[in-house]
Design a protein around this ligand. Structure first.
Ligand code: PEP
Ligand code: MG
Length: 765
């Protein structure tokens, strides 16, 4: 079906402004949509979070009497699925779908297509827009984007009415705070069925929950009412027994054990054997508390009792009790201490946070997904997870209250939803989506060998950011034409000491070979910040991202730095290599680097060791201080890489890892856009190549602005390349230039995002 939607959004907006009541505007909108697009049924459903139901607010095609009369539970019907997943549901022949439900009073016929799109406003689901047609070709998958746009206009209208209604309702009944003691029927479907975080991957994963040891604490433990008291007591007994065995094993493993350590171990064992302690916990379980909560109550009681003791020695013993309590708690949650544990089935790691090092240590084929209660979208853990192609959801604050060890989880790395023990329908829906996205990927594969060129002929070199050698396979598979950023610190995070010159030369040479004639930009160590080498002594820093990090550390550890420079030079004899230096803030750093490289080259000449004499040197512009002096920095180097992650962090004063301020970390902030535009313009003026390579480089909205700036090298996580290429091939650079000018005059990221959403083609999924 050919749909002219050029004016629909403007017309909807006009309708909303011209209507006297929101109900009237909804009526007009559904009529307009149905007429313009020859849709047989167009309905808007409102969502009532208090009753967990959906009710019909406006319709064309269903009987008008059913407006206000149809009210359905969210856990049944296809529209309920839209609310539960907060994502569009498109189905051909919906009556054969397991979630299909026939509502006789609606006068519903057997429609051949169904498309439901959630109405979301400020991350809150307010209802759904549903369109249905009798003809099978009435709606196509490619229409989803159009209806998503229409839905976002409608959502604003509904948000306005809901606001008023909510106020009225809140006066009558304030919704209870979320906790486990609430009956399920009181909870919204989102609460019952899934948790919400931030999706930072491009896929979903399935597996059984496994908690990371360090991440559990009594703060995470909340009251759950239990009915199976005996099985809860058995869990507790098992957790105590396991704790006893673990402590014994620790004692046996340690070859030499001091008297003091022996006393501590004995004290722990004694405490674990203390019957009165267990009795107290069991009494609480018998009163209906879950084992974790009962344990927490009793342990904290003991902790406070010890803390209050006058004798300083005894008072300090509280920490032993807390340790034991945490160990038992870890066992209750099914957590094992060892990071070298092998997962025997598909596993989802649940943690408050995890360092990139721990992630590397624990990675294995059965690790299918990660859920963090904290985390930032450009943290190195997330970057590492992407590079390992492990779907990850961050910022799931309530994960510890709602997920138990061994729960089956669906982790949707795209929408940020995490389902614990989902219903079979949700599971099937996700399986269906996975099958579809595999098909979609196959389609994108066809793009691999096509050039990334806009419709009006602007060519862009799409590069891959890599961290591990295995990423090079992905870079080839997804069609990267160069390696725009090789983060060399990743392979060394797990080692016991700095790798030698030969080891590094060997590693970089292998990278160049695997890159198969693509140029590889090797960045020198960027450690500190959120990446720490276990073999390096770091000072305690209040602000590690502002401290001893990256090039500062390299320049201070000159021997280590020289070794790396030599290794990169030696590898350059085996393929097109460029050397990149991170976090440059001042000219003096660059002068020193250039001098060090020259000295190392001379040393290799003396030893008659081969290397690329014309190797290009580049700097990362990612500290705002480098921007006003860029013209002078460029005197020393051949190229620039823009690190949008750090540039945004330092420009906006927003910690890239801090979830609390994650929504302020926005590449569409006008200052970010104009700073990047300035960097690109200076580089173009001085004819120095510039490559944009932070996480923003993989996002279509920002790519559009980047090409408007004239950036012709963009490097991203390999899996983002096909979609970026497809996008570039569908737009004009001339339009991007105009859009950039318009955006640079706008006031804030919200305005820019809304504008880009309106003008950009909708990605085809
Ligand atoms: C950046 O800062 O954008 C960047 C590419 O480097 P990293 O993420 O490794 O700091
Ligand atoms: Mg950086």
């Amino acid at each position: 079906m050919q749909k002219d939607h050029s004016h629909i959004l403007e017309d909807i907006l006009e309708t909303i402004t011209a209507s006297e009541t929101p109900e009237q505007s909804l009526d007009h909108i559904v009529r307009m949509v149905s007429e313009r697009f020859h849709i047989d049924v167009c309905s808007v459903y409102g969502y009532n979070p208090y009753g967990n139901t959906l009710f019909l607010r406006a319709t064309v095609g269903l009987s008008r009497e059913s407006v206000g009369a149809i009210e359905m539970d969210v856990d049944e019907g296809l529209t309920g699925l839209v609310i539960e997943t907060m994502a569009p549901v498109f189905i051909v022949n919906p009556s054969s779908h397991p979630r299909y439900k026939y509502y006789a009073q609606s006068g519903e016929e057997v429609y051949r297509t169904y498309l439901g799109v959630p109405l979301i406003y400020h991350k809150k689901v307010l209802g759904a827009l549903v369109v249905q047609t009798l003809a099978e070709e009435g709606i196509a998958r490619s229409d989803i984007g159009l209806f998503k746009n229409i839905a976002s206009q409608i959502a604003a209208t509904i948000a306005f009415t809901n606001l008023q209604e909510d106020r009225k309702r809140l006066d009558v009944a304030k919704p209870a705070r979320r906790d486990r003691s609430r009956a399920d029927s009181e909870k919204s479907p989102l609460e019952q069925n899934h948790l919400r975080g931030e999706g930072v991957s491009d896929r979903a994963a399935f597996g059984y929950a496994h908690f990371m040891f360090e991440t559990i604490d009594f703060d995470h433990v909340h009251l759950t009412e239990v009915t199976e008291v005996n099985s809860e007591i058995n869990r507790l007994e098992r957790a105590f027994k396991t704790a006893k065995n673990q402590i014994k094993q620790v004692a046996e493993k340690a070859r030499k054990i001091s008297d003091q350590e022996k006393t501590i171990i004995d004290a722990h064992l004694m405490f674990l054997a203390d019957k009165s302690l267990r009795k107290k916990i069991i009494a609480k379980i018998n009163s209906g508390q879950n084992a974790e909560y009962a344990l927490k109550q009793v342990i904290l009681e003991y902790v406070n009792m010890f803390k209050a003791m006058d004798d300083p020695y005894l008072s300090e013993r509280y920490s032993d009790i807390l340790d034991i309590g945490r160990r038992v708690l870890g066992n209750l949650a099914g957590i094992n201490e060892a990071s070298d544990q092998a997962f025997t089935r598909d596993t989802i790691l649940v943690a408050s946070d995890i360092s990139p090092v721990d992630l590397l240590a624990i990675r294995q084929p059965n690790l299918k997904g990660i859920v963090l209660s904290k985390g930032g979208r450009t943290s190195h853990t997330v970057i590492m997870a992407k590079s390992l192609e492990i779907p990850i959801v961050i910022g799931v604050e309530e994960v510890f209250e709602n997920v138990r060890a061994n729960d089956f989880l669906i982790v949707d790395g795209v929408s940020g939803l995490v389902y614990a023990n989902p219903t079979p329908e949700i599971r099937e829906e996700y399986e269906r989506r996975q099958a579809e996205s595999r098909k979609h990927l196959k389609k994108l594969e066809a793009l691999r060998d096509l050039p990334a060129v806009t419709k009006d002929g602007f060519s862009v070199h799409l590069g891959a950011n890599i961290g591990l050698l295995s990423d090079l396979m992905l870079a080839r598979q997804y069609g990267a034409d160069h390696i725009g950023l090789y983060r060399t610190e990743f392979p060394f995070l797990l080692r016991k000491s700095f790798p030698s010159e030969d080891e590094q030369t060997d590693l970089y040479t292998r990278a160049l070979e695997k890159a198969e004639n693509r140029s590889v930009t090797i960045r020198t160590f960027d450690v500190g910040g959120d990446k720490f080498l276990s073999y390096l002594d770091y000072p305690r820093e209040d602000n590690p991202f502002l401290g001893w990090r990256s090039i500062r550390l390299s320049l201070d550890l000159e021997d280590v730095f020289r070794t790396q420079i030599r290794a990169i030079l030696r590898a350059s004899a085996f393929g097109k290599t460029r050397m990149l230096f991170p976090m440059i803030t001042e000219i003096e750093e660059t002068r020193r680097i250039v001098q060090l490289v020259a000295e190392e080259k001379a040393g290799l000449d003396d030893d008659a060791i081969d290397y690329d004499k014309n190797i290009e040197l580049g700097i990362m512009v990612e500290v705002p201080a480098a921007v006003p002096i860029l013209d002078r920095l460029l005197r020393y180097v051949d190229f620039v890489n823009i690190g949008t992650n750090d540039l945004m962090q330092y420009l906006l004063a927003v910690d890239r890892n801090n979830k609390k301020v994650a929504d302020r970390f926005n590449v569409l902030h006008p200052s970010v856009i104009s700073t990047i535009a300035q960097i690109v313009s200076v580089c173009n003026r001085f004819e120095k190549q510039v490559c944009i390579c932070g996480e923003a480089a993989g996002v279509t909205e920002s790519i559009f602005l980047f090409i408007g700036m004239g950036a012709d090298h963009i490097s991203m996580v390999p899996s983002a390349i096909p979609a970026a290429k497809q996008f570039l091939r569908s737009v004009n650079q001339a339009d991007a230039k105009m859009a950039l000018t318009t955006c640079l005059d706008m006031e804030d990221a919200g305005e820019i995002a809304a504008y880009l959403k309106k003008i950009l083609p909708v990605p085809v999924k």
